[in-house]
Design a protein around this ligand. Structure first.
Ligand SMILES: C[S@@+](CC[C@H](N)C(=O)[O-])C[C@H]1O[C@@H](n2cnc3c(N)ncnc32)[C@H](O)[C@@H]1O
Length: 386
């Protein structure tokens, strides 16, 4: 496909998204209707769409509207290009620009690229660093890998990835992390990935998991999902790791991932969990707004509403209340979110401690996209001794 045809495909996908279709569904529908498109074409169309979702407000202002076409015009202007070079009407490229489209728009304030109501919430986290944070949200996030140190060291993993065409390098100050510098789209077909020597995992998550002093004994990942945190914990300590999720179907990938990594993680449904007694540590990696990961998932920021945030806060508080009785006296309750908002983080911890007697906050930390790859909060609470 020509660059113009790829842009026209992105316009089709964006029109469906603006009309309310989830972006992944819109991309799949387009790919099914465009069997001629190769993997490079599909990747380029996806990149256009995601770049626009990250900077939707800027693209709309520079392109003069919220249609797929206007957003694509705005993207080219934002990137310093001339839209007329691709909007030619030749072949499968978008039609040539009208007089009004040629006139262009003006660059808005950087605050246009997140929902306005979230600005005070983000500012409360980063203070005077709001402009750099919003700038980071407009850029693509680097890809990070967690090296499975039980199986291989950092130099060995870099060499193994290089053999399959993926270039990566260690990250200063992070024991397990590699940042991928080229070939990211090949990772899942690499031998090093398929053999469990490396896992895809954001830097901020790796820093949080490695920064916690996990107790010896039994650790429960109470909201395990696909098991990213459970696998990182199993790699970081010698304790027995168990996994539970209210929706057990979400744990379907966990057994093959654990086998690949060479660790044992037992999944527990509700009945099995009830027979297990208490744990030395229970992790609650709760559902959240994802506001720390908006550059990886820019659709999420446009979907979030104040009502949805309030609902998430209720779910988070309920999960903490459910999980706390599973911690043995003197054990740890670990709370994690990929949110930057105080309401989902410090305020949840403060509310829990005000309602449950004798719990102590042992540790808290919050990375932002300015300090690591993504925003990620963690808190360790110590249960009262019996
Ligand atoms: C942020 S995701 C977890 C991601 C996962 N820990 C990982 O690293 O891949 C939150 C998970 O919490 C689960 N969940 C929601 N409500 C729950 C509840 N009351 N009890 C246990 N799990 C719950 C959801 O099904 C979802 O899989």
């Amino acid at each position: 496909m020509t660059p113009g045809a790829r842009l026209q495909a992105a316009i089709v996908v964006l029109d469906a998204w603006v009309a309310g279709m989830p972006v992944e569904q819109a991309l799949t529908n387009w790919a099914r209707s465009a069997r001629y498109a190769g993997s490079g074409d599909r990747a380029a169309v996806r990149d256009h769409v995601y770049d626009i979702m990250r900077a939707r407000g800027t693209c709309a202002a520079l392109g003069g509207g919220e249609t797929g076409r206007a957003l694509a015009i705005g993207l080219l202007r934002m990137q310093g290009g001339d839209p007329a070079a691709l909007f030619t009407g030749q072949g499968h490229a978008p039609d040539a620009l009208s007089e009004a489209e040629l006139a262009g728009g003006t660059e808005p304030a950087g605050t246009a690229d997140v929902p306005g109501w979230t600005l005070p919430l983000l500012e409360a986290r980063v203070g005077g660093e709001l402009a750099p944070l919003l700038g980071a949200f407009r850029s693509r996030a680097p890809v990070y890998l967690r090296v499975n140190l039980r199986r291989i060291d950092l130099p060995g993993s870099v060499a193994a990835l290089a053999r399959d065409g993926v270039a990566a390098e260690p990250v200063a100050g992070a024991a397990t992390a590699l940042v991928v510098t080229s070939g990211a789209r090949r990772i899942k077909s690499c031998t090093a990935y398929q053999d469990g020597l490396v896992e895809l995992q954001d830097l901020s998550v790796q820093r949080a998991v490695r920064g916690i002093d996990w107790p010896e004994g039994r650790i429960l990942d109470y909201c395990a999902g696909g098991g990213g945190k459970a696998l990182a914990i199993a790699d970081a300590c010698g304790s027995q790791v168990f996994a539970h999720d209210a929706n057990p179907g979400r744990m379907a990938d966990l057994p093959p991932r654990a086998e690949r990594a060479g660790v044992v993680i037992r999944t527990l449904d509700r009945a099995a969990l009830a027979r297990m007694g208490r744990f030395d540590a229970v992790l609650c990696d709760v559902p959240c707004s994802g506001s720390g990961t908006w550059r990886r998932d820019p659709e999420a920021k446009w979907r979030l509403t104040p009502e949805r945030l309030a609902e998430l806060e209720r779910v988070q508080a309920a999960i903490l209340a459910e999980a706390a009785p599973l911690v043995r006296p003197g054990g740890s309750l670990v709370y994690m979110t990929c949110s930057l908002f105080h309401a989902e983080n410090e305020a949840q911890i403060a509310r829990f401690c005000a309602q449950a007697t004798g719990w102590q906050v042992a540790q808290t930390g919050c990375d932002t996209p300015l300090s690591a790859s993504d925003g990620f909060f963690h808190a360790v609470l110590r249960a009262p001794e019996a």
